[in-house]
Write a protein of this length. Structure first.
Length: 218
């Protein structure tokens, strides 16, 4: 292949069945790949994403790399794709990298933010970007739980047991560098940063912390 291209993607994931390409389903990676093949005649292969986000998950900077024989610049790809992609997907950056670059393993950190709406009535303008949760919460308990989760641990108990990596005998050890909570009016924002996450791990960790803050677990 002539070169390896990386696309930095931002998207609203509400209308998609996750990031990873799936036959017969509308996905982020599948939509981008389809438009690339429609726009450019060159051979393209080895499409790999940094994070295989789930259905309904949004992103500000997920990476997708691919190899191509075409002598095309990142700027040409960015302009062409953004002219034809649906309005809920945008290429923020496009650039060439070394052949040994791998979007899943080369990045040293991955970060997620999970927003909780605690108002009595859900704000319809933010219904796609926040989880509505009206039970009283003890934020101090949540912060204590976050502190315990930081560091390197075996997070198998916080992953979907059907995760492909676990079924194939992969390691469930991950390191969380930062886990914090920010209060903004009726909203709580959970921010977590680590070297990688298991399938559904963020969702399960968040649910566990909410149960802790509600007093249902200790």
């Amino acid at each position: 292949m002539e070169q390896r291209i990386v696309l930095k993607l931002a998207y609203e994931g509400t209308s998609y069945h996750g990031f990873q390409k799936q036959e017969g389903l509308s996905t982020i990676a599948g939509t981008v790949e389809e438009q690339l093949r429609n726009l450019f005649p060159w051979k393209m292969e080895n499409f790999i994403g940094a994070s295989r986000t789930d259905q309904g998950v949004h992103a500000l900077g997920n990476l997708l790399s691919f190899d191509t024989e075409g002598k095309v610049s990142g700027e040409q790809i960015l302009r062409a794709l953004n002219s034809y992609l649906p309005e809920d997907i945008r290429v923020m950056e496009a650039y060439s990298v070394e052949q040994n670059f791998h979007p899943r393993f080369t990045p040293h950190r991955k970060a997620y933010r999970y927003s909780i709406c605690r108002s009595k009535v859900e704000n319809p303008l933010r219904r796609r970007t926040a989880y509505h949760y009206t039970f009283p919460l003890h934020c101090g308990k949540i912060s204590e739980g976050m502190a315990l989760l930081k560091g390197e641990h075996d997070f198998r108990s916080f992953a979907n047991p059907k995760a492909q990596s676990l079924l194939q005998g992969g390691s469930s050890v991950r390191e969380i560098y930062r886990f914090s909570m920010e209060e903004e009016g009726d909203y709580l924002h959970f921010s977590v940063e680590g070297n990688g996450f298991l399938y559904h791990m963020i969702r399960i960790l968040t649910g566990t912390l909410l149960e802790l803050g509600r007093g249902r677990i200790s």
